[in-house]
Design a protein around this ligand. Sequence first.
Ligand SMILES: [Zn+2]
Length: 120
Amino acid sequence: MKTQRPTIAERAADRICPECGGPAERRSARGPAPTFCSQECRKAHGNRHIVEGRAVIAFLKAWRIDRGSGEIAKESLAEVCSIVDSFNAADREAGRPRADLYAAKLLAEGTRYMDRQKRR
Ligand SMILES: [Zn+2]
C-alpha cells in the first residue's frame, strides 16, 4: 500500500509551532493565525536557518548552475544531501517537528521568495 502524504494545505493547517511542536494558536480573535508559538521560537528557528543555510548554499548554487551535470555539480548535490540529512536528524533528536511543516506553511502563504523580497 502506498503511503498517502499530506497536501500543502493539509500540512500547513496544523497549528503546531515549527520550532517546539507546541500549539501555535491565536491569542486574539483578530489577525492571522501565528506560525510560531512565541517570539523566542520564531527567533530560534530563524537563527538556525541562517546557520544551516550557510552550510549548504555554495553547494546548492554550484549544483544548480550546471543543472546537476559534471563532477562539481554531482559532488555538490551529494554534499547537500549529506548535510541536510544531518540537519533533519538533529531536528528529530531535538524533538522538533519535521521540516515539511514549516515548508508547507511558507508554500501555503502563496507568496514566493521573490515576492517576499519585493515587499521590503
Ligand atoms: Zn514554539
